[in-house]
Design a protein around this ligand. Structure first.
Ligand SMILES: Nc1nc2c(ncn2[C@@H]2O[C@H](COP(=O)(O)OP(=O)(O)OP(=O)(O)O)[C@@H](O)[C@H]2O)c(=O)[nH]1
Ligand SMILES: [Mg+2]
Length: 305
């Protein structure tokens, strides 16, 4: 298996390549750093979607160190970037995943259309199976044609049973049945897929809240974790989505999908900084083993080393 660092490096290569190209252009023929250098540097950082606030702060930190004669090269700039990003991700403050000691740990996966919920549920199933845990899946997307079938196909691939209802049926009822089934079967993890919904659609958001309540009815205290999938390429809109879903549930983690395809890996840091939600996993490709537990240090190194 490739080392975790290599996996992050690979997944972040577009973000990194874009950043390096800009940094080289800025520093290749710059003997003394000027106002223009800092402006370009800020633009380069913003292009990774680190966000304006973090980018500005990073640049002023770099400027300060340069003026005090502490740094002088591109690799010094990268080192400051790495250090700052790691600091902002606060890996030491990420609470462990809430596990239910007396039964299934129920994890509800929510997010806007196409953000990667269903494939993430499959990848998570694979992850927990690899850890030797018994996993049950729930096809809570009763809206989209083929939404149920898509999860069933994944279930077969991973070797997990899937609780499903009818298309057009009541998603909250499926979630209730699946939770009851997970208890009866003695499953260790229940992963519940949900229909994609725009955070601006009130009716659909209410239905999601109802799904949450029916899970709690089937197993008081559940869901134990609510994970929001966010497509990393959505940039700052990811912040809006996270905020809106956060009104329905206490979001306990984020899953940043499609980091491999976007040049905007910095959004991970912006969300952590603004909303405090910890990143649990990142999606670095389409294969089952392309979902990686988030590692702040590997992330910071892959971006800036
Ligand atoms: N490259 C890459 N593709 C991904 C990743 N995660 C998901 N995808 C792709 O994104 C597309 C949408 O994924 P789904 O899992 O169907 O998304 P969803 O949120 O369930 O979509 P809806 O149910 O329609 O709301 C699929 O083609 C996935 O293969 C990732 O981390 N990297
Ligand atoms: Mg889906």
């Amino acid at each position: 298996m490739a080392s975790i660092f290599r996996i992050f490096q690979h997944g972040l290569q577009r973000t990194k390549a874009g950043l390096m190209r800009r940094l080289q252009a800025i520093f290749s023929d710059t003997s003394a750093w000027t106002e223009e250098t800092y402006e370009q540097l800020e633009a380069a950082l913003i292009s990774t979607d680190l966000g304006a606030e973090i980018s500005t702060r990073l640049v002023s930190d770099i400027r300060d160190r340069y003026e005090r004669g502490l740094i002088a090269t591109t690799s010094d700039v990268l080192a400051v970037g790495r250090e700052t990003v790691l600091d902002l991700l606060r890996p030491g403050d990420v609470p462990p995943v809430h596990r239910n000691p007396d039964g299934p740990t129920v994890i509800l996966v929510v997010g806007v259309n196409g953000s990667g919920k269903t494939t993430t549920v499959a990848k998570l199933a694979y992850h927990f199976r690899e850890q030797g845990q018994s996993v049950l899946l729930a096809a809570g997307d009763t809206y989209r044609a083929a939404g149920i079938e898509q999860l069933q196909i994944w279930g077969q691939r991973v070797g997990c049973a899937v609780v499903a209802g009818k298309q057009g049926g009541d998603a909250a009822a499926v979630a209730y049945d699946a939770t009851t089934a997970a208890v009866q079967r003695g499953s260790q993890v229940l992963l519940i897929d949900t229909a994609g919904r725009q955070h601006t659609r009130r009716g659909l958001m209410d239905e999601l809240a109802k799904t949450g309540r029916s899970i709690d009815k089937a197993l008081p205290g559940a869901p134990h974790e609510v994970w929001l999938t966010v497509d990393s390429s959505t940039g700052t809109n990811a912040l809006v989505q996270a905020r809106e879903f956060g009104r329905l549930f206490q979001i306990t983690g984020l899953i940043l999908t499609k980091l491999d395809g976007s040049g905007k890996g910095g959004v991970v840091v912006a969300i952590r900084q603004e909303l405090g939600y910890p990143v649990r996993f990142v999606g670095l490709g389409e294969a089952l083993d392309d979902l990686q537990p988030f590692d702040a240090e590997m992330f910071a190194r892959a971006l800036f080393e």
